[in-house]
Design a protein around this ligand. Structure first.
Ligand SMILES: [Zn+2]
Length: 316
């Protein structure tokens, strides 16, 4: 079963550690080469994610470039890893290799510069979200009380992504921003979000959003962050035991809404502090797939593992 995972934050961890962690096998990393191999992951997305608390846009941009450097000098340095830069390459990673796909989580580091966006796209970014939880020049994130949609500049970013065949990612964006993106972007996915009807955390998608993504031929990538699996806005999953069975409730709900052919995986490994039991690093993603196979059959498990993703990204 070929696994494609559309979200992890290991570049952020690698850059923060300033060379003290090895992508090959540091146990501090949920996603490292040995764990990807053990889990038979075929394509892993690597997000550029910059802390919105950084003082200035200059620092944010420097941080983004540092993560790109770690992607090139630490991740791509492993002989078993090949960078995938086109959707065809995602679908055709050579036997014995693991594809590494660069993504951008939030456009804060580009400030108001489309040139910077182009630089990142030239480095191989294939999925872009406009904003993380905060607000920026493109849109408001889901934790920004103002709740605004997409700005004029944000629409220019979407236009550029449309031109270049880059998918827009609606995980983290405000509800108003979600609908703006859906109306203007040609390719839309939620790279790491679950169903809000099952777990009432605002980072998850409402049924209306899930159905709209399905009818737009979009992708819904399940996230393994315990806070987005069980409970609601008021609970902290750190206080609960969260299991694969809890995550299976999201699978069931999304399938019930008609999303069996839109479901995929976006673990959020290395961006989360606690884990779903037995879904603790990249070597364990297959545990979720075994449960999906038991409940819905081997073909559905293969679809969720990566076939749905490949079918969608190579279609358009
Ligand atoms: Zn995230």
């Amino acid at each position: 079963m070929e696994i494609i995972d559309t979200h992890c934050d290991v570049l952020w961890k690698l850059a923060a550690a300033n060379g003290k962690l090895s992508f090959r096998n540091s146990p501090e990393l949920d996603v490292n080469l040995e764990r990807l191999q053990a889990g038979r992951v075929k394509v892993q997305a690597f997000a550029i994610f910059v802390d919105p608390e950084l003082d200035s846009n200059r620092e944010q941009w420097a941080q983004a470039l540092k993560q790109v450097r770690y992607f090139k000098e630490e991740v791509l340095a492993q002989p078993e890893i090949v960078q995938v830069r086109t959707w065809e390459e995602v679908a055709n990673v050579p036997e014995g290799k693991i594809g590494a796909m660069l993504t951008l989580e939030g456009c804060s580091p580009i400030g108001n510069s489309l040139e910077r966006l182009e630089m990142l796209l030239d480095d191989g970014v294939m999925i872009t979200s406009l904003v993380w939880n905060e607000g920026n020049l493109c849109a408001d994130g889901i934790r920004q009380k103002r709740g605004a949609g997409v700005s004029d500049f944000g629409f220019k970013v979407i236009e550029k992504c449309n031109e270049r065949g880059v998918w827009l990612d609606v995980s983290h964006i405000s509800d108003a921003g979600f609908w703006d993106v859906l109306q203007s972007a040609t390719h839309v996915m939620a790279s790491h979000s679950n169903a809000r009807a099952v777990c009432g955390n605002k980072r998850n998608l409402t049924d209306e959003q899930i159905q709209a993504l399905i009818s737009h031929d979009g992708l819904l990538q399940l996230v393994f962050c315990p806070d987005f699996v069980k409970g609601d806005e008021t609970t902290h999953a750190a206080d609960l035991t969260v299991t694969i069975d809890d995550l299976m409730k999201h699978v069931a709900h999304i399938i019930k809404l008609g999303g069996a052919k839109n479901l995929g995986l976006g673990s959020d490994f290395d961006g989360i502090e606690t884990h779903v039991l037995h879904l603790e690093n990249a070597s364990q993603t297959k545990n979720l797939l075994s449960e999906i196979a038991k409940a819905y059959g081997e073909e559905v498990a293969k679809d969720v593992a990566g076939k749905n993703f490949v079918a969608h990204v190579t279609k358009k």
